[in-house]
Ligand binder design. Structure first.
Ligand code: FAD
Length: 406
């Protein structure tokens, strides 16, 4: 088996790996991106809702907020320059009952602290002039919320990385990793690569690669499927509340209802009855899964309800009917789009909602690209690149207060 040498390898051709490759390609020669599928963007990054979030949701002052705002600006600019389909449709968060109205004001104030431009609280009659069938009392309108063709986006970022000299090699599943003093060795079925720095951006499989290098053993990824229904006739579309089922206009003009969050029987089990024995077999071996199941009764109840209602047209219709008038169950058909969310669980049963990074002297493992990961990806890549010194070492995070990671 031949061994090729690179300065940096970024494992995984999702949006995070491709964005990072593009960024590091500007600074270093000899950058490699191995992707196990025959193309980039086959998993979560090519199967999401395609919403470029404007950034009113994250807590002000956190890294998450900063990356979302910067990422949203960079993303819309990138799409414009590179001809990726992206439409600034705006987003509405609707208060359906009186008790939810203060939440709209809280979100507006959060958004303003984060620097989101143009936020307005609108009375429902003003919203209805734009979207005649919307229900509710008031809405928070955010004009910069946008929709994008997420698959085309990943492909364009990957092409940009290639133009900067990065070797994007598809059909290369990394199945072995080891580290010695000066480098990391990556093995695929045909080749091995020796690199000075390895960045693990393997999404649904990132924990496994980290475990191969003896880090992140505290964590395991549990997969949750996000399913969508498609609305078959025109309804008011660009409603994107931050929680629960939402209505999203897609870049192809269709209107999506979803996603839900249903426990999946495999990390790439996109069908309801798809089972991956290896994935399922590994789950009980991790203490975190048991602890979460035993300690977190709410989680168990939500997971069970989500599974019961998975693909139930009537359930989706009921949820959507709280937001819009005039929708009939027969207007909905099950969509083909399904994305899987890699939910990181700690050994103490805690569901991790923050960015999680584990390191060894020559490797960096991005374990939890928290939502909205697509929106933040270009900003995340810049931030991550700024943490890599010229000697290809990751600068420790000690200089950052812990709360910026929240
Ligand atoms: C249902 C759903 C809807 C979402 N909607 C939005 C949204 O509207 N807006 C938004 O901003 N974010 C959204 N997100 C979040 C966003 O999609 C993710 O945060 C983002 O796509 C994560 O990208 P990634 O590159 O980390 O992972 P992935 O896209 O999963 O990429 C990881 C890549 O690594 C490869 N890989 C894995 N193991 C190996 C190996 N051993 N060797 C080589 N390659 C390997 C995989 O094949 C894959 O291509 C959504 C997520 C879900 C689940």
């Amino acid at each position: 088996m031949t061994t090729n040498t690179y300065s940096v390898a970024i494992i995984g051709g999702g949006i995070v790996g491709c964005a990072l490759a593009r960024e590091l390609g500007k600074r270093f020669s000899n950058v490699l991106l191995p992707e196990k599928e025959s193309a980039v963007g086959c998993h979560t990054s090519g199967r999401n809702s395609g919403v470029v979030h404007s950034g009113f949701n994250p807590k002000p002052g956190t890294l998450k907020a900063g990356l979302c705002i910067e990422g949203s600006n960079l993303m819309r600019q990138f799409c414009k320059e590179r001809g990726v389909a992206c439409e600034q449709v705006g987003t509405y968060v609707v208060a359906l009952v009186e008790a939810q109205i203060p939440l709209l004001y809280d979100l507006k104030s959060r958004g303003e602290k984060n620097g989101v431009p143009g936020l307005e609280i609108l009375p429902i009659d003003v919203v209805r002039e734009r979207e005649p069938n919307v229900k509710g009392l008031k809405a928070l309108f955010s004009p910069t919320g946008s929709i994008v063709d997420s698959k085309a986006l990943v492909h364009t970022i990957a092409r940009d990385a290639q133009d900067k000299g990065v070797d994007v090699l598809t059909g290369q599943e990394v199945s072995g990793l080891s580290e010695t003093a000066g480098h990391v060795e990556l093995r695929t079925s045909e080749r091995s690569y020796r690199v000075a720095l390895m960045m693990n951006c393997a999404g649904l499989h990132a924990d496994r690669l980290a475990h191969m290098m003896g880090v992140g053993r505290d964590y395991v990824i549990a997969p949750f499927r996000g399913e969508y229904f498609v609305v078959q006739r025109p309804v008011p579309h660009p409603l994107v509340p931050f929680l629960g089922v939402h209505l999203t206009k897609s870049i192809d003009g269709s209107v999506l209802l979803g996603p839900n969050a249903v426990p999946a029987f495999g990390r790439e089990a996109y069908g309801r009855w798809n089972v991956n024995i290896r994935d399922i077999g590994q789950m009980p071996a991790h203490r975190g899964v048991w602890t979460a199941l035993v300690r977190n009764r709410t989680l168990v109840r939500i997971a069970w309800n989500e599974w019961r209602h998975s693909r139930s047209r009537r359930h989706f219709w009921k949820e959507a009917s709280r937001l819009v008038d005039g929708l009939r169950p027969s207007d909905l058909t099950l969509g083909r789009r399904v994305g899987i969310r890699p939910q990181l669980i700690r050994a103490n049963g805690h569901l991790v909602e923050d960015l999680s990074i584990e390191t060894t002297p020559r490797s960096v493992h991005i374990l939890n690209v928290v939502s909205p990961g697509m929106t933040s990806s270009l900003a995340f890549a810049r931030w991550a690149s700024s943490r890599i010194d010229e000697g290809l070492r990751w600068k420790a995070l000690e200089d950052q207060p812990a709360e910026v990671m929240a």
